[in-house]
Design a protein around this ligand. Structure first.
Ligand code: UDP
Ligand code: MG
Length: 349
């Protein structure tokens, strides 16, 4: 018994988190897949592909990652030549592979599709934007954390200097609101992150249609770490995140992660009811004491306020009902039209 305690103590002292053999650093696979969502990125994709290839090749040469590692582009229904370029890259070099959606499903779906496809071949997956605004040099740090036993590594931007005034304000407000609503999101963490195979398997168990990966992934737990990186200017092309897309992501983020807005409505409803009860008692008392106040303005203000509040509350509840409707239909989160994995061979699904 004493020997068992001694062995246990040694194991815990040497590696407090991973005393499990399965998790030991040496045994972790080193096939890395870089997943790159692309929507109308013809201006920037060739330059980015070259930089990504150079980086991956460097890591392969140093023996940090396996030579089976790949760069996987996900064409999210681009209307320009993005898919043609990806096709050409895959034909030219087997380090590239590509997935083509049947239409535009959005950034979150593109990342998810890439991760879930790469899961079959990779030991770890890093998602990064096609414009390489996120510093690719941070990959070394990501892999180091993975080697140290992390299943999830979050990329967090050092600052928001490259953002415009509007984006800076809206992003800050969004993260503040998410925290107030009790959502566990890391401020300034975009979708630049590493997931190990184990984390990807866990992610695959989540079947929700309303995707907000920044909120969903932290709910899975696992040993994780943060890597800080600098954000650069976009090399070419414009941002593909229109105001409409940004707003939709924010609504998805809130409604898929928190039911607190509905609780707030209930709370407001309670206080308004309390106020109404006091007003009713006051009016009855007024009537009995014989005062006859005209009260036109009060009536209009109160009814407008109540009308506005009721419609706004119904809107919020409706937003959740709509989401439930979409989840209940359980439509596919994306449809893959074709997939190129090796030597430019295109498989049509
Ligand atoms: N993106 C996508 N589908 C979309 C919109 C964007 O796959 O519907 C991709 C885009 O090609 C890029 C990444 O998501 O790789 C981030 O978009 P962008 O750089 O335009 O956003 P920003 O950096 O301005 O927030
Ligand atoms: Mg960008």
């Amino acid at each position: 018994m004493q020997e068992l305690f001694k062995a246990l103590k040694e194991c815990v002292m040497s590696d407090p988190i991973n005393c499990n053999e399965e998790n030991s650093k040496e045994e972790r696979g080193s096939i890395l897949y870089l997943v790159v969502p692309c929507y109308n990125e013809e201006e920037v994709i060739i330059t980015s592909a070259q930089k990504m290839k150079d980086k991956m090749q460097g890591l392969i040469n140093k023996g940090i990652i396996s030579s089976k590692s790949k760069i996987m582009f996900v064409n999210d229904g681009s209307k320009d030549n993005t898919w043609k370029i990806i096709h050409g890259l895959c034909k030219a070099d087997s380090i590239f592979s590509g997935i083509c959606f049947s239409r535009n499903y959005g950034h979150q779906s593109a990342i998810l599709a890439g991760m879930l496809t790469a899961r079959q071949y990779a030991d770890m997956v890093v998602t990064i934007d096609a414009d390489l605004q996120q510093d690719i040099e941070a990959l070394d740090e990501f892999i180091k954390c993975y080697r140290d036993g992390c299943e999830i590594v979050y990329g967090v931007r050092n600052d928001r200097d490259t953002d415009g005034f509007f984006k800076k304000i809206t992003a800050t407000l969004f993260y503040k609101l998410m925290h107030i609503l009790g959502c566990n999101v890391l401020s300034n963490h975009a979708d630049y992150r590493l997931l190990s195979k184990k984390a990807l398997d866990a992610l695959a168990e989540h079947k929700e249609v309303n995707l907000f990966l920044r909120g969903l992934i932290p709910t899975m737990g696992f040993q994780s770490d943060v890597v800080y990186f600098d954000v650069k200017e976009r090399e070419a092309g414009k941002s593909k995140y229109t105001l409409k897309k940004m707003f939709a992501l924010a609504v998805d983020g809130i409604t898929s992660m928190s039911t607190r807005p509905i609780q707030i409505i209930t709370l407001i409803g309670f206080f308004v009811s309390l106020f109404s009860a006091i007003m009713i008692i006051y009016c009855i008392w007024d009537w009995f004491s014989g005062h006859n106040v005209p009260g036109y303005t009060t009536t209009v203000v109160v009814s407008l306020l109540m009308g506005g509040l009721t419609i706004f509350s119904l809107g919020i509840v409706g937003e959740y009902v709509g989401k439930i409707y979409l989840e209940a239909k359980a439509r596919p989160r994306y449809i893959v039209e074709s997939f190129i994995w090796k030597d430019g061979d295109e498989k049509n699904e």
